[in-house]
Write a protein of this length. Structure first.
Length: 70
């Protein structure tokens, strides 16, 4: 789908999931703004949705990775 992002990442236990997601959202929006020539980034605008969904994978990791790629 074009309106959302799937990722399969490994987060060390010392980091909170919310911290990592916030970091990814913040850094990615700055990179996207630079790529498209936005001088002010997206200050005062909404780029990412407020929330996120997290799930753990174990034995079915290969299936999840295949789903994300397609």
């Amino acid at each position: 789908m074009r309106d959302h992002v799937h990722m399969c990442i490994s987060i060390p236990p010392k980091y909170a999931v919310s911290t990592v997601v916030g970091y990814l959202k913040g850094k990615s929006v700055m990179a996207i703004a630079r790529h498209f020539g936005r001088g002010k980034n997206f200050t005062g605008e909404v780029f990412w949705a407020r929330g996120y969904f997290v799930s753990t994978v174990g034995l079915d990791e290969a299936m999840v990775r295949t789903y994300i790629r397609n």
